[in-house]
Design a protein around this ligand. Structure first.
Ligand code: ZN
Length: 252
C-alpha cells in the first residue's frame, strides 16, 4: 500500500511574480490547480537555484530520492508504530507553458498548510518536542535500523493534518553518500545519532551506529550542505502565512 499525497491534476497556474519560499537548494512559487480532483486547491512549484546545465540531473536525482523516501515511509507506516499515517508529498516534473518561464521544468506538489520543520540532516531537532516531532525522530531512527544501517531519512518537514502528517522534501543520507547534495554520508549519519535522543516511539532494539568522539557536522536547523556549499541556511516554511486549521490529508 502506498501512502502518497499526489497532485491529482495536470494543470496549474503558478504565480512567478514572487518567491513564496526558499530552501537550501530550491526556490518555491505558489499556485492553484486548474484541473482534476484538486481543482481550486493550492500547490507549490519548486525549481533548483543552480543553473539549467545541471538541472536535468537534479530532477532525476530528486525523484529517485523521493521514491526511496516513499519506501522507507511505507515500511514505517506498515510497522504500525503509531496509529496515524505519514504521507510524503509526491512531486511531479511539470513544464511551464507560458510566461517568462515558458519551457522551464519545475517540481509541482500539493501545498502543505501549517508547514513546520521536525529535524535537519545535522541532528537539529525542534525544541519542546512532543507529538509528531517525537514521531519524526523515531522515523529517522527507524530508517537507519530498518535499512541495516544503509540509510537515514532526515530533514523531516511538513504539516500536521487531522488524520496524519504530510512530509515534503526529505533528505536521505547514505553509507555510500550517493543520495544527492544534502547526503552528508557517514559523517552526517554519525552526527545525527550523536544528537539523537530516543523518545517514546523508538524501540530499544533498534540499531545505531557506534558513536565515537564528537559530531563532525555542525548542528543547524537548515539543511547542511556538502563541502562545496558549507553554509546551512534556515529554510523558510512553505506556508507561513497560511493559518488554516488542519484538515484531512486527502480532502484538503
Ligand atoms: Zn531513537
Amino acid at each position: 500500500m502506498a501512502y502518497t499525497r499526489r497532485n491529482f491534476s495536470t494543470r496549474a497556474t503558478i504565480d512567478v511574480s514572487k518567491v513564496f519560499g526558499s530552501g537550501s537548494f530550491k526556490l518555491v512559487y505558489a499556485g492553484t490547480y486548474k484541473t482534476g480532483q484538486r481543482k481550486g486547491q493550492s500547490c507549490v512549484a519548486k525549481e533548483f537555484k543552480s543553473g539549467s546545465v545541471v538541472e536535468e540531473h537534479y530532477f532525476e536525482e530528486e525523484l529517485n530520492i523521493c521514491a526511496k523516501a516513499q519506501e522507507i515511509i511505507n515500511e514505517f507506516n506498515e510497522a504500525e508504530i503509531i496509529e496515524q499515517e505519514i504521507h510524503p508529498n509526491k512531486p511531479e516534473i511539470w513544464t511551464y507553458t507560458g510566461g517568462r518561464k515558458s519551457g522551464q521544468k519545475n517540481l509541482v506538489e500539493p501545498m502543505i498548510t501549517n508547514f513546520e520543520k521536525f529535524n535537519s540532516n545535522s541532528g537539529w531537532v525542534k525544541q519542546n518536542s512532543n507529538g509528531w516531532t517525537v514521531v519524526m525522530q523515531a522515523l529517522s531512527h527507524f530508517s537507519y535500523h530498518n535499512s541495516g544501517g544503509e540509510y537515514l531519512l532526515c530533514d523531516l518537514q511538513g504539516g500536521r493534518y487531522s488524520d496524519g502528517c504530510v512530509l515534503s522534501d526529505p533528505v536521505i543520507m547514505s553509507k555510500d553518500q550517493d543520495c544527492g547534495p544534502a547526503d552528508l554520508g557517514m559523517d552526517g549519519i554519525m552526527s545525527f545519532f550523536q544528537r539523537h535522543r530516543c523518545g517514546e516511539y523508538c524501540e530499544s532494539s533498534w540499531s545505531k551506529p557506534p558513536i565515537i568522539g564528537k559530531a563532525r557536522i555542525p548542528m543547524t536547523q537548515g539543511t547542511s550542505m556538502q563541502a562545496y556549499l558549507t553554509t546551512g541556511r534556515t529554510r523558510l516554511p512553505l506556508s507561513r502565512a497560511i493559518k488554516n486549521r488542519p484538515s484531512p490529508i486527502l480532502e484538503d
